[in-house]
Design a protein around this ligand. Structure first.
Ligand code: DX5
Ligand code: ZN
Length: 223
């Protein structure tokens, strides 16, 4: 199983426009665009909301991987479904079982892949296991969410291995997504821990050129 996905996070790097950032990585053949939605409440930072995603939807046909770092995601889920995201991931810390099941059902009815994210210090909640076969993406955060450009937390590696193993035992068929501090050094580490979707913010939009950056990440995923 060598299929993998590079998902650049457009909030990283200079404050140039998101449209340009998407076009730049599209030219490099990346598999998806990672969209970090922050509401200033679930995390101490604000980025953009569904209206911006709707606008960006006109720029590319690449899959949109929306990572909702917001409070009460159920109250807003229809906005992200209407914005035509392809994957919508909500945080386990921001919902209970009943809310998650409603989010999952609405996504599945709209043909959108539901995902769930956990912070570095959060475990997979027990309530998720009965629903895991319908979850397409599990994001295991390797930084505390809020900002691009943070340092990778190596202590999440054994956690990712354990999470992946236990999820598979419960019928998980989707992808583990590594998010936070992924670069050409940490990508092989999370690959070995089971991740196949690699979010890269600073590694793609930091000081290196985008073309070289994507090639370097691919090189590391292919070994
Ligand atoms: C953190 C975000 C990440 C971040 C990734 O809150 O969820 O997606 O933008 O950026 P890097 O790769 O720079 O850590
Ligand atoms: Zn993210």
């Amino acid at each position: 199983e060598s299929e993998y996905f590079i998902a650049p996070s457009i909030i990283a790097g200079e404050k140039e426009n998101y449209e340009d950032k998407i076009r730049k990585v599209e030219r490099e053949g990346v598999e998806m665009i990672h969209l970090d939605v922050m509401d200033g409440k679930f995390v101490p930072n604000t980025t953009f909301l569904a209206d911006t995603i709707k606008r960006l939807r006109r720029v590319t046909v690449l899959p949109f991987d929306a990572h909702l770092m917001i409070e009460n995601p159920l109250a807003h889920i229809d906005e992200y479904i209407d914005a035509r995201c392809d994957v919508i991931t909500v945080h386990a810390e921001a919902c209970n079982e009943d809310e998650f099941v409603q989010i999952q059902d609405r996504c599945l009815a709209a043909g959108i892949s539901p995902g769930i994210a956990i912070n570095p210090k959060t475990d997979i909640p027990e309530w998720l296991y009965p629903h895991i076969s319908n979850v397409d993406v599990v994001i295991v955060m390797s930084v505390n969410p809020g900002f691009a450009g943070q340092k990778f937390m190596p202590e999440v590696l054994p956690k990712m291995v354990a999470v992946n193993k236990k999820l598979r035992e419960h019928g998980f068929k989707g992808y583990i997504e590594a998010d936070g501090g992924i670069d050409s050094t940490t990508l092989p580490q999370v690959y070995d821990a089971g991740a196949r979707i690699f979010v890269a913010g600073n590694a793609v939009y930091g000081n290196v050129d985008v073309h070289t950056a994507v090639i370097q990440l691919r090189h590391k995923a292919a070994v």
